[in-house]
Design a protein around this ligand. Structure first.
Ligand code: G6P
Length: 528
C-alpha cells in the first residue's frame, strides 16, 4: 500500500474519543472489509452477551456467578438497590478511611502518622495495585507502598529488612478475594511474626480486603484488625482493580480514585455502543481475532513508550491470558484458546528483543501505547530543536513503520497523558475487549479452572513432605531415597521425594544428603 492509500486507511479506521482525548489506530492490522463483514454476526452476539452480562446474567456459568465489574464505576447499573448501595457505601468508606490515615486522624499507637504500606496479595490482588502505583503514585506519596506478591522467603525478608526501622508506622493490607490463597496467607503470617518480634500488636496495623465471611475476614474480625473492606463475589480477581482491591491502596497513596472510576465509566459508555467501528474495545477484539485467526496464533506484545506504564503488560498478561486461555469452549469442545501477552516498554525494548520482532519469527502483533504529553512543563533541548521526548516519539513511529514494512502488524493506542482518569479508561477498555473476544471465540472468560490443578499438585507435594519427614524421623538411620520412597508408600513419587529432600538439605531443615550429588540414586539421607 502506498503512502496515500495508507493515510486514507489510517483516517478511515481511526477511533477518537473526544472526552478522553483517546485515539485507537488499527490501520496497521491488515484486515479488509470482507473480514470485518464476516465477523459481524459474531460481534452481534458479543454485543448481546455483554448487554446481558451488564444486566446481571450468570455470565460465569461454571461458578454460577454474575460478572459485575462494570457496576463498580456506574452503580446505577447494578441489578438490585442493595448492590448499588453496597458499591456506593464501600467507595465512601474507603475515601473516608484513607483520608483519616493520610491526615493522621487514624495513626499508629507509637507514631503520629503511618509512613508506609505493605500490600500482601497475589494475582488479581497484586497486579492492578502494582500497575497503578507505578503509573499514578505521586513523587512523594503520603505513604510509600511495598508489595509482597509471592511466598518467596528472600523476597519477604527484603521488604521486612528495608522497613525494619519503620514497622511501627507501617500499615499492612492483606488482599485476597477468597481469603484462602496460600501465598498471601504465608506472607501475612510472616509479617505478623515480624510485628510480634518488635512487640507491636499486628491488629493495630492490619487491614483485610476480602469477601465477607472468608477465612481472612473471620480472622480480621476476631482479632479486631484496624479495618475490613469488602471484595464482592461478583467481581473477578483480574477485574478487581476498580474495587476495594485497587481503591484502598490507591487512595492511601493519594491517587484520585474517583477520577479512575470516572475514566472507566466514560470508556464503558464508549464500549457499550453496538457498532464495531465506533467501539474501541470491539476494534481491539477485531484486531486480535484477525491477527491470530481467532485461535491466538499470534502473541500480543504490549509496548508503552512511557516508564510509568511499565507494568501494564504484566497486568494485561493476567487479564488476557487467565480469561482467554481455556481448554474448552462454552459448548464443551476442546479448543485450547488463548492469546499470549508480553512486553515491557519502549524505547528500552528496542535494545533488547525488538530485533527478533523486526526480523525473526513473525508470531506476534504489537500494541504501541503512545503518550502525547512528554512531561509536566518544558523540556530542555538535547540538540537544536530536539528534545528527549522527540526521540521517544520518533522511536515509536520508526518501530511501527519498520515493523509494518516487514509485514508485522500493530495497533496504536494514543493517550494525552498518564493520569488517573486515563488509567481507569485503559483498564476498562481492556476489560471490555477481553469480554468481547471471549464471546467471539465462545469461551467463558470469567473462570480459571486450570489454576486449580497447579494448586492441588502443590498441596500434594507438601503432604508428601510430611510423610517423608515422618519416615526419616521414625527410622533414625541413614536411608537411600528409594528406601524412603518405599517406606512412605510412595515409590511412584521418587523424583518428587528426591526434590523435597534436596530442598530440605539446602535449608538446614534437619536433613542431610551424602554421596554423589550428580547421581541422586546413590545418595544417603540422614537426620541431624
Ligand atoms: O484474591 P485471591 O482470592 O487471593 O486470588 C488471587 C489469585 O489467585 C488465583 O489462583 C486466581 O487464579 C487469580 O485469578 C486470583 O487473582
Amino acid at each position: 500500500m502506498d503512502a496515500t492509500a495508507l493515510w486514507q486507511r489510517y483516517q478511515k479506521w481511526l477511533y477518537f474519543h473526544e472526552g478522553l482525548g483517546f485515539y485507537l489506530d488499527v490501520s496497521r492490522m491488515r484486515f479488509d472489509d470482507t473480514f470485518v463483514e464476516a465477523l459481524q454476526p459474531k460481534f452481534e452476539k458479543a454485543f448481546a452477551d455483554m448487554e446481558e452480562l451488564e444486566k446481571g446474567a450468570i455470565a460465569n456459568p461454571d461458578e454460577n456467578r454474575m460478572v459485575g465489574h462494570y457496576w463498580l464505576r456506574n452503580p446505577s447499573l447494578a441489578p438490585t438497590p442493595e448492590l448499588q448501595e453496597e458499591i456506593v457505601n464501600t467507595i465512601e468508606q474507603i475515601e473516608t478511611f484513607a483520608e483519616k490515615i493520610r491526615t493522621g486522624a487514624i495513626h499508629p499507637p507509637k507514631a503520629s502518622r503511618f509512613t508506609d504500606i505493605i500490600s500482601i496479595g497475589i494475582g488479581g490482588s497484586a497486579l492492578g495495585p502494582e500497575f497503578v502505583a507505578q503509573a499514578l503514585a505521586p513523587d512523594f506519596p503520603p505513604l510509600g507502598i511495598h508489595f509482597i506478591d509471592n511466598t518467596d522467603p528472600a523476597g519477604i525478608d527484603r521488604i521486612l529488612t528495608h522497613l525494619r526501622n519503620r514497622l511501627s508506622s507501617t500499615l499492612v493490607l492483606v488482599i485476597s478475594k477468597s481469603g484462602g490463597t496460600p501465598e498471601p496467607r504465608n506472607g501475612m503470617i510472616e509479617v505478623k511474626k515480624a510485628y510480634a518480634g518488635q512487640n507491636l500488636d499486628f491488629a493495630n496495623y492490619a487491614i483485610a480486603i476480602t469477601m465477607p465471611g472468608s477465612k481472612l475476614d473471620e480472622q480480621a474480625k476476631s482479632e479486631g484488625w484496624l479495618a475490613r473492606f469488602p471484595m464482592f463475589d461478583w467481581v473477578g480477581g483480574r477485574t478487581s482493580e476498580l474495587s476495594a482491591v485497587g481503591q484502598v491502596p490507591a487512595a492511601l497513596q493519594g491517587i484520585d480514585i474517583r477520577a479512575m472510576l470516572e475514566g472507566a465509566k466514560e470508556m464503558d459508555d464508549a464500549t457499550r455502543i453496538p457498532n464495531i467501528k465506533q467501539n474501541p474495545a470491539a476494534l481491539l477484539a477485531l484486531s486480535w481475532y484477525f491477527s491470530g485467526n481467532g485461535k491466538g496464533e499470534k502473541d500480543m506484545v504490549i509496548l508503552p513508550y512511557k516508564d510509568s506504564l511499565l507494568l501494564f503488560s504484566r497486568y494485561l498478561q493476567q487479564l488476557v491470558m487467565e480469561s482467554l486461555g481455556k481448554e474448552k469452549d462454552l459448548d464443551g469442545n476442546i479448543v485450547h484458546q488463548g492469546i499470549a501477552v508480553y512486553g515491557n516498554k519502549g524505547s528500552t525494548d528496542q535494545h533488547a528483543y525488538v530485533q527478533q520482532l523486526r526480523e525473526g519469527v513473525a508470531n506476534f502483533f504489537v500494541t504501541f501505547i503512545e503518550v502525547l504529553e512528554d512531561r509536566k512543563g518544558q523540556s530542555p533541548e538535547i540538540e537544536t530543536g530536539v528534545t528527549s521526548g522527540d526521540y521517544l516519539s520518533g522511536f515509536l513511529q520508526g518501530t511501527r513503520q519498520a515493523l509494518y514494512e516487514n509485514q508485522r502488524d500493530s495497533v496504536t493506542v494514543t493517550i494525552p497523558q498518564v493520569n488517573s482518569r486515563i488509567v481507569g479508561a485503559l483498564i476498562a477498555l481492556y476489560e471490555r475487549a477481553v469480554g468481547f473476544y471471549g464471546s467471539l471465540v465462545n469461551v467463558n472468560a470469567y473462570h480459571q479452572p486450570g489454576v486449580e490443578a497447579g494448586k492441588k499438585a502443590a498441596a500434594a507435594i507438601l503432604e508428601l513432605q510430611k510423610q517423608v519427614l515422618e519416615v526419616i524421623q521414625t527410622e533414625k538411620t541413614s536411608l537411600s531415597i528409594e528406601e524412603i520412597a518405599q517406606k512412605a508408600g510412595a515409590s511412584d513419587q521418587i523424583e518428587a521425594i528426591y526434590k523435597i529432600l534436596r530442598h530440605l538439605h539446602a535449608n538446614q531443615r534437619g536433613v542431610v544428603l551424602h554421596g554423589d550429588f550428580g547421581q541422586p540414586s546413590s545418595l544417603k539421607v540422614s537426620i541431624t
